[in-house]
Design a protein around this ligand. Sequence first.
Ligand SMILES: C[S@@+](CC[C@H](N)C(=O)[O-])C[C@H]1O[C@@H](n2cnc3c(N)ncnc32)[C@H](O)[C@@H]1O
Length: 235
Amino acid sequence: MPSAIADDNDNETLRGAFYGRRKGKKLRDRQTDLINELLPKLRLPEEGPISPRDLFDTPIDDIWLEIGFGGGEHLIAQALAHRNIGIIGCEPFINGMAKLLSMLDEEDITNVRLHDADAIPVIARLPEASISRAYILYPDPWPKRRHRKRRIVSDESLAMLARVIRPGGLLRFATDIDDYAAWTLARLERSPDFVWQAERADDWRQPWDGWISTRYEQKAFREGRTPSYITAVRR
Ligand SMILES: C[S@@+](CC[C@H](N)C(=O)[O-])C[C@H]1O[C@@H](n2cnc3c(N)ncnc32)[C@H](O)[C@@H]1O
C-alpha cells in the first residue's frame, strides 16, 4: 500500500478554479457540428439546483457521476451496460467531449447527460444523497508539490461528494501515480463519510469487478506505470 502522505496543503478551494486544458487540436467539421447541435440537447441546465432524475426522458433507477471522462470510453461502456442508470459526465476538454459525442451519435443512448466544464459546481448543485456512484478515473496528477492543491481530490471535494452520494453508494478512483493514490487514501481515511473498501492487502492493485480500461490507463501501461484502484463506500 502506498504510504499515506500527510500534506495538509490541499485545503485551498477548487471552486471557480480550473487549471486543465480546455482545447487541443482543431476539431473536425463533424465534431464541431456535434458540439453545436448534439451537446446542447444533452447539456445540464446552466444554473440552479439540478434534479437529476428529471434530466432523463426514460425511467432511471439511479444516477452516477463521472468526473473528467476524457475521451469517454468508460462513460459510454457504462451507459450501454446500465441503461437503467442515468449517467452525468463532466469534461471541460472540448476534444474529449467531441469524442464522446461522436460515440453517442452512433449509439442509441438516452441515459447520458453532459457538462462541458468544471465538475465541482455541478456537485454543489446536486441534491443531497441524489446519486449512488461517482467515478474519478486518472485525474490530472499535478505532481509538483506547489500544484497539488489543484488536485480534484481534496478534503473539501470529498465532503462535497459525500453530501450527494447516498449512504452505501460508491466513490471509485483510479490513478497511475502512487503519490496520488496515497494522497487520496489519506484523505479518505480522515473523512468521516467514506470507508475504503479493501478486503486484501493488495486490493488497491486490483481493478474492481467490471472495470473498463480508459485511454489514459492504456497510456500509463505503455509508459510502464502501475495503476491503483480505490473504492470507498459512503457511510
Ligand atoms: C488525465 S485525464 C483522464 C481522462 C479519463 N478519465 C481517462 O482515464 O482516460 C483527466 C481529465 O480530467 C478532466 N478534468 C480536470 N479537472 C476537471 C474538473 N474540475 N472537472 C471535470 N473534469 C476535469 C481533464 O480535462 C482531463 O480530461
